[in-house]
Design a protein around this ligand. Sequence first.
Ligand SMILES: *Cc1c(COP(=O)(O)O)cnc(C)c1O
Length: 373
Amino acid sequence: MLRASARVNLAAIERNCARLREAAGAGSSLCAVVKANAYGHGAVPVARAALAGGASRIAIATANEAAELRAAGIEEPLLLMGALTAEELALALESGADLVAWRASFVEALRRGARARPVRVHVKLDVGMGRVGTRDADELLRLAEAIHAAPELELAGAMTHLPCADEDPAITRAQVARFRAFGERLRALAPGLVLHAANSAATLAVPESRLDMVRCGVAIYGLDPFGVDPGAHGLEPALELRTWVAALKPLAAGESVGYGSTFTAAAPTWIATLPVGYGDGYRRAFSANAEALIGGRRHPLVGRVSMEYVTVDVGPAPRGIAEGDEVVLLGSQGEERIAAEELARRIDTINYEITTALTARPTRAYHRDGAEA
Ligand SMILES: *Cc1c(COP(=O)(O)O)cnc(C)c1O
């Protein structure tokens, strides 16, 4: 047993990818997004599982993330989506990833940095996210023409990112229509380029957004892009957070537990202490605001979550619970299940942040439906 482990089912990730490919349809390929250490799941094993599940490309956000995949021997096409500083450019180019451009000065830097083979570039239209990308389609078309004309570069694609795909299909359809119109103009220039817009939510909910490729992140991990129930879309959660009962102690009425003594027993009870805390990415906001599965049942957290420990009230007569028992904080045990969507609701965030918050400290343990991976 490990102190705390994030157990990841790679077979579930493969099946989720197969499910998303099916949703995307025959005309569209799957790009699996493994930025931020694959939303906490571990970028390298997830990238391999996604490729095995039918993804034909892997997307990341930073130059370091691209370099990590290459260092692990992953040779499939990469799409480096994020903004890059001049300092990061050499590493990004060395990775051979496709890069995303929306500014002329960046395109010039790419031309100067290019070496043996042409750098594959995607241009980015901003249809409403308002962060990076170019809002003016005419201006972006001129940039695409400059890329197309540059011998050091290859115009490989065009993309946009949809801000409301999980909430508003009507707005999303209108944004996709604008992007499509831009894409048609680009196609006249470079017929083979790849148009892509959809994230997980759009892939599942807005058929018009699927275009030539979909970029799915959250759904490949079996998390619901709509924050409710992944099962409703045929997705299986891949990650479980497990720990163990490191101490089981009686607490007399009037005695307290944890920093600030925020919990005082009204009546005698037993406290199970679990060696996991916000140093592992199990958020302090779960203090007295989440449950742990021990012996197949839910038990409430009491007191504060600290850096190393969580305390659980297992009641006045904890039958069938002993020091050394396995505990599940995220995932299932027996008939019970704690979903990332439940944890997110408890602390007013999104499921994305629940798994991405996991630090390097909990050991990542990989398996395939329970068998050694
Ligand atoms: C993170 C990201 C995605 C994936 O979004 P999900 O909602 O996790 O599917 C797609 N495109 C871009 C540009 C992203 O940054």
